[in-house]
Design a protein. Structure first.
Length: 325
């Protein structure tokens, strides 16, 4: 059965222990309007108690000890388990392993972590102790994208926790953990929910379209559109469809080479393409954006192909020359 336009993002959670943040994420995923579902809980510690909780809740689990394995080999095993489960995003929740740069690069923008400090302060370990010794008045937690540099990815959200007189690293850690359970599910849901946010999707399309030579934006029939050429004589190569003309989709409309191609794509990939009611008769196809698994390199390829269909030679030559460097 084809996935629906509002399909939830399939998510794998990696843990190394009790999995309290994993539990918070799992239960939050079952609330109304959650943007994600947990399809796997995996661990490098086979007897991690969090695995039992996940199994009791009907979530698939996987475990493989890192003992006796190289870091790249263990990363590969964990990554394959996530892929086998259909995961589109990996969330680290107390996963006490430093991942290889190659692993993090493959999941760039699709791997999140939570760190017990107000980043960029106190990367690494012993964050509670370091905050107290520094005389800080507030401490907290940060959710960030995972990058090849430890605890250095883009911060997506933070929460502050007051440091009180007499706090020890242990008492402070207890309160920060409670705060983490509030922060992590909310930030994950907001971040993954952008797949259905028209403003977010429009901005991504706008950035890709306007990066092509000779392009400008102009509204067409009440929707954003992009043309190549002069303001007076430019030709449209893309339109943004936000559930217009009776469509349920948020989509990019681009030119195909023929009606046969359009109909063939719609028939074989109905979860990814549709024939627009207004533009379809002219050979325009809708590339559905508000669905899980969108490959943005593929969207960019469609934009460039449609742009080439109408762009004056002077602009395509400029683009081809730039590609040589």
């Amino acid at each position: 059965m084809p996935e629906t336009a509002s399909a939830k993002v399939k998510t794998a959670i990696f843990i190394s222990g009790g999995g309290t943040n994993m539990a918070a994420l799992l239960y939050a995923s079952r609330l109304p309007n959650s943007a994600y579902e947990v399809v796997l809980v995996a661990s490098n510690v086979p007897d991690a108690s969090g695995l039992g909780l996940a199994a009791a809740e009907g979530v698939g689990t996987f475990a493989r000890s890192h003992q006796g394995m190289s870091r790249p080999d263990h990363d590969a095993v964990m990554e394959q388990a996530a892929r086998d489960a259909g995961a589109e995003c990996i969330i680290l929740a107390g996963y006490m392993r430093i991942l290889t740069p190659e692993f993090t690069e493959r999941w760039q923008g699709r791997m999140l972590n939570i760190h017990p400090s107000l980043l960029p302060k106190y990367r690494g370990l012993e964050t509670h102790k370091r905050a107290i010794e520094a005389g800080d008045k507030v401490h907290g937690a940060s959710v960030h994208l995972v990058s090849s540099e430890l605890d250095a990815g883009e911060v997506l959200g933070q929460i502050e926790v007051r440091i009180t007189q007499g706090d020890t690293p242990e008492t402070l850690a207890d309160r920060v953990k409670i705060a983490e359970h509030q922060l992590y599910p909310r930030v994950v849901n907001e971040y993954l929910g952008r797949a259905n946010d028209p403003e977010h999707l429009l901005q991504k399309i706008r950035d890709l379209a306007l990066a092509l030579p000779g392009t400008h934006e102009r509204e067409s029939h009440g929707s954003p559109g992009w043309r190549v050429g002069t303001e007076k004589s430019g030709k449209y190569f893309a339109h943004f469809n936000d559930q217009h003309h009776g469509s349920e989709h948020i989509a990019l409309l681009v030119k195909t080479d023929s009606m046969d191609e359009l109909l063939g794509l719609v028939e074989t990939h109905p979860h990814a393409y549709f024939k627009p009611a207004y533009y379809g008769a002219s050979g325009w196809i809708g590339v559905i954006l508000n669905r899980s698994g969108v490959e943005w390199d593929h969207v960019a390829d469609w934009l460039e192909r449609s742009w080439r269909n109408v762009a004056p030679r002077q602009f395509t030559k400029l683009h081809d020359a730039a590609d040589q460097f």
